[in-house]
Design a protein around this ligand. Structure first.
Ligand code: NAD
Ligand code: IPM
Ligand code: MN
Length: 366
């Protein structure tokens, strides 16, 4: 298959991990006779530096007509003091909104070789497998432009959701639960927020159409606690934009590192954008030490969700698992008896494991 893929490396470690994803995808393309054509475009702080805006029009245009988009990360201290409407993060929010990517799927899957890498007890994290379905284009992130009034002493951020915006993400939550273990936990703050009370009504209404799904409501503060005391109670978590952002970084602790988590930002039909959950990690950028696996696993999600390439996606995930199993890991992870490698070497090891697999397949089938 021939596919046009837009790469938006962005800032900080975004550039380093994007190179890793490109190398892995090229290896997969070679083995499966696909043609992946990569086009790089600017977003975030590097787009501000080059074009004076975090989201150039031509980036949006290129993404809209591509088969899929990969994004590294945006932001960094260099742009922390630019005007709010021109911050690097606005580029990311802008591309999500322009492409209508209302659903952000964030799988939190523990690799067995990493159970000891989590600061949590092994018996708590072992076997955890959660999917966070985060609403991505509404809520506090997209209210009326934030304001400061009364000489800068009062601030206003608005949280707005329409019922339709809630319905489509809750539908995604039920659909995901049905494809997994059949449990849906809806997370809100219905004891305080009107938006959460409407969210709960929507979930209860939809629950009647899906009697086979076990539905549970949790308030976000309790959910944050249960996520690290009893993560195995969760299958799919569906929640609004800000709660999903916070809970997913928290959930990454179950896997051993924030650098492990991939995500897919999708809509019902049309182009999808695939991005790791972590940010531009300015504290480690440019040192070839960032964990590239969240980005590589995001590329696997792209193959599965946008291109229907199940086998190829499985192969990447297996190669990542085999690499960790072999003891190789970046410095953010802790594997007893393992070897710490840099970003590039980690990518090389994953690629070696891809080809080991295909060579052993070839031997088995001959
Ligand atoms: P961050 O996710 O960049 O980093 C948090 C911590 O995790 C840091 O200690 C970092 O070194 C570590 N970390 C993150 N990714 C890693 C990886 N791949 N390998 C090893 N360690 C990793 O969050 P932050 O420091 O709060 O934010 C930095 C910048 O990134 C900010 O400008 C923020 O707005 C932006 N950000 C962007 C995205 C995105 O583009 N999707 C996501 C989150 C934050
Ligand atoms: C994420 C990030 C973004 C978000 C920021 C950078 C706007 O934290 O993708 O998780 O909050 O959505
Ligand atoms: Mn985040």
């Amino acid at each position: 298959m021939k596919k046009q893929i837009i790469m938006l490396p962005g800032d900080g470690v975004g550039k380093e991990i994007m190179e890793g994803a490109r190398a892995v995808l090229n290896a997969v393309a070679g083995e499966h006779h696909h043609e992946f054509i990569f086009h790089e475009h600017a977003i975030g702080g590097s787009a501000i530096d080059r074009y004076g805006t975090p989201l150039p029009e031509e980036t949006v245009k290129a993404c809209s007509s591509a088969d899929a988009v990969l994004l590294g990360a945006v932001g960094g201290p260099k742009w922390d003091h630019v005007e709010a409407s021109k911050r690097p993060e606005r580029g990311l929010l802008g591309i999500r909104k322009s492409l209508g990517l209302f659903a952000n799927l964030r799988p939190v899957t523990g690799f067995s070789s990493l159970v000891h890498s989590s600061p949590l007890k092994t018996e708590i994290v072992d076997g955890c497998d959660i999917l966070i379905v985060r609403e991505l284009t509404g809520g506090l992130y997209f209210g009326k432009p934030s304001e400061r009034r009364e000489g800068g002493r009062t601030v206003i951020d608005t949280l707005k959701y329409t019922r339709e915006e809630m319905e489509r993400i809750v539908d995604k939550g039920f659909e995901s639960a049905k494809m997994r273990r059949g449990k849906l936990t809806s997370v809100d703050k219905a004891n305080v927020l009107e938006s959460s009370r409407m969210w709960r009504e929507v979930v209860d209404e939809k629950a009647r159409d899906h009697p086979e799904v076990e539905v549970e409501h949790l308030l976000v503060d309790a959910a944050a606690m249960k996520l690290i005391t009893n993560p195995r109670q969760f299958d799919v978590i569906v929640t609004e934009n800000l709660f999903g952002d916070i809970l997913s970084d928290e959930a990454s602790v179950l896997t051993g590192s924030l650098g492990m988590l991939p995500s897919a930002s999708i809509r019902t039909d049309g182009v999808g954008l695939y991005e790791p959950v972590h940010g531009s990690a300015p504290d480690i950028a440019g040192q070839d030490i960032a964990n590239p696996l969240g980005m590589i696993l995001s590329a696997a999600m792209m193959l599965r969700h946008s291109f229907g390439m199940e086998d190829e996606a499985d192969e990447i995930e297996r190669a990542v698992s085999d690499t960790l199993e072999g003891g190789y890991h970046t410095a953010d992870l802790d594997i007893e008896g393992g070897r710490i490698v840099g970003t590039r070497e980690m990518v090389e090891k994953v690629i070696e494991n891809l080809s080991t697999k295909s060579i052993s397949n070839a031997i088995c089938s001959s």
